[in-house]
Structures are given as C-alpha cells and as structure tokens.
Ligand binder design. Sequence first.
Ligand code: URA
Length: 232
Amino acid sequence: MKLDRLIAKHHSLGRSEAHRLIAARQVRVDGAVCMDNQQPVDRFMRVELGTEVIQPAERALYFMLHKPTGVVSATVDAEYQTVVDLIDDPDKQSLHIAGRLDRASTGLLLLTNDGRWSKQFMNAESKVPKVYVVETLEPIPQEAVAAFAQGFYFATEDITTLPATLEILAEKRARITLHEGRHHQIKRMLGRVGCLVSSLYRESIGSLALPENLAPGKWRALTESERLRCLS
Ligand code: URA
C-alpha cells in the first residue's frame, strides 16, 4: 500500500488531508519523516502520524533450518513433530515454509512470514536453482541425464517438468538441480528412470548453501546478505 492511502484510511481522513499531513512533515516511516505520498509501506514498517502510531511494525522473520529426517514440513501435525516445533521464537506462529521437503528428506529449509520474499524464489518463473544430493537403491542410468534435461510429463498435474540438471557422482549418487518444486518431484523423476530414492538432501537454494556448522535440527536467522542470496 502507498503511504497516502494508509494515512487516508486512518480515521477516514481522505486523500487530500493525507497529502496535507505528509507535506506538513507530520508522518514518520520507521522513525524518519517521510514526505513522499507514494512511499510503499508494508506491514513490516512502522508508520506514525504526529504522536500516534498508525501501524506498528511487525517483525519480519527469515530463518534457515537444517531439517533432520523424520520431521514434517508443516506448521502443525497431529502425528509428527514439525519443523516449526524445532524453532524457538515468540512469533513462530506467523511462519510459512518456503519450499517443503518430504519427511525423510534433510537439508536446507527456509521459513519466513514474508510472502513477497518467498514468492521470489518459489515461483518457477524466477528460475532460482535448488540443489539436491540424492542416493538411490539402484544404479542411476546414464540416459537419466538427458531425460532430466528434457523434462518428464506428469499426467496428474498435466505439466512437463522444467529442464533439470542431473550430475552422476557415483553409481547410486547424484546431484540434481531443479528450478521448480513439485510434490515429490525428485522421487517421481528418478522413478521414471527406474530408481528408488534412499536419501535426499537439499544443499542450497539460489546461491545460499546450508552452512556446514548448522547441525541437523538447528536453525538461525538469515543475515541480510544470505536473504538476498536466496534470490539469485
Ligand atoms: N523432491 C522430492 O521428491 N522430495 C523432496 O523432499 C524434495 C524434492
């Protein structure tokens, strides 16, 4: 929302009265006088009119978690421990998961309450790479490399998967780069080339890799530069 609209909505002041107050240096955004009627304001910004707080700032949360196996990527679950259960933060109820991992899968998981940020790397159009290391029960056939690059048709969703990179690291081990995140996508793709997945680990999202010193089950807030690295 733009600043003048937020002010105008308040006490139904009207747009021209909002402009007058903004021009009279009565409005502060995040503690600083703002004279731009069109300043975009989101729910994470504090807006004051004179001495009155029109909108308190919500805390924006950006967390990474090293997801251990056996924990579900959900906010609540009747049966299993959830990834949110592992987080100790007073505002954790506002979190959503930016890119789920299956219960058995491990690795980098991002949680946030900022939907505008998570959409930027979750959208298939954004082409942000997500990198996984998988182990399989069967040897991975060489033909799988071309098949992954070409894409697989999934009738359930009526879609063809985007070109993905499969790098065979050992007979039963590969690194896979996806630019989208469909339900059980890697298991289903590997299933098409005759391989069952025995373990699946997400190494990175964009250019943010899971730090080596973050043990399974541990979490921490992202730094500003880490937050930006998820987007490219
Ligand atoms: N693909 C899968 O099949 N499972 C995951 O957890 C992530 C990607």
